[in-house]
Design a protein around this ligand. Structure first.
Ligand SMILES: [Zn+2]
Ligand SMILES: [Zn+2]
Length: 153
């Protein structure tokens, strides 16, 4: 029988990815800052780059879920019909608003150029393009002023 040798194994805890606009919850040791995806080199944040307004890439979804729930959202980019899965986490309300293909600003600009909407490029850069979605649960309309019908045996 083998006993685990290492007693110094670090405890994994729930961490939130620090990558701008990600906020994904993952399990890592206390010094981990990024989710597995954003630990990759190509995501390394260069200190010199300008801080980006998170709302450009994100939307606030006011959802009522208390468990991780997967929902499908349409890409917010004009002329893109892609839908993408968003994992909703309890008490987390900021999520990406573009499909995987358009998370990158360069690609959004290219797409807008292709469909001839240069005007939207300026707009996107100017106002941060923040979106809020009020999530209402379907079937939540429990009327509390309705008469309570008691079952009679
Ligand atoms: Zn991340
Ligand atoms: Zn898209």
């Amino acid at each position: 029988m083998q006993l685990p040798k290492s007693r110094r194994r670090q405890k994994l805890r729930e961490k939130k990815c620090q990558y701008p606009g990600c906020g994904k919850v993952f399990y890592g040791i206390h010094i981990s800052k990024y989710c597995t995806e954003h630990r990759q080199d190509r995501y390394r944040i260069r200190k010199r780059s300008r801080p980006e307004n998170v709302n450009i890439k994100n939307q606030t979804i006011q959802h009522p879920y208390t468990e991780v729930t997967i929902t499908v959202m349409p890409c917010h980019l004009e002329g893109c019909n892609n839908q993408f899965e968003v994992k909703l986490y309890p008490r987390q309300f900021v999520y990406p608003k573009y499909c995987g293909e358009h998370r990158n600003e360069f690609k959004r600009i290219r797409h807008l150029q292709l469909i001839g909407r240069e005007d939207l490029i300026e707009q996107m850069k100017r106002d941060g393009d923040s979106t809020e979605i009020e999530y209402t649960t379907v079937g939540d309309a429990v009327a509390d002023d309705s008469d309570v019908i008691e079952e009679v045996a």
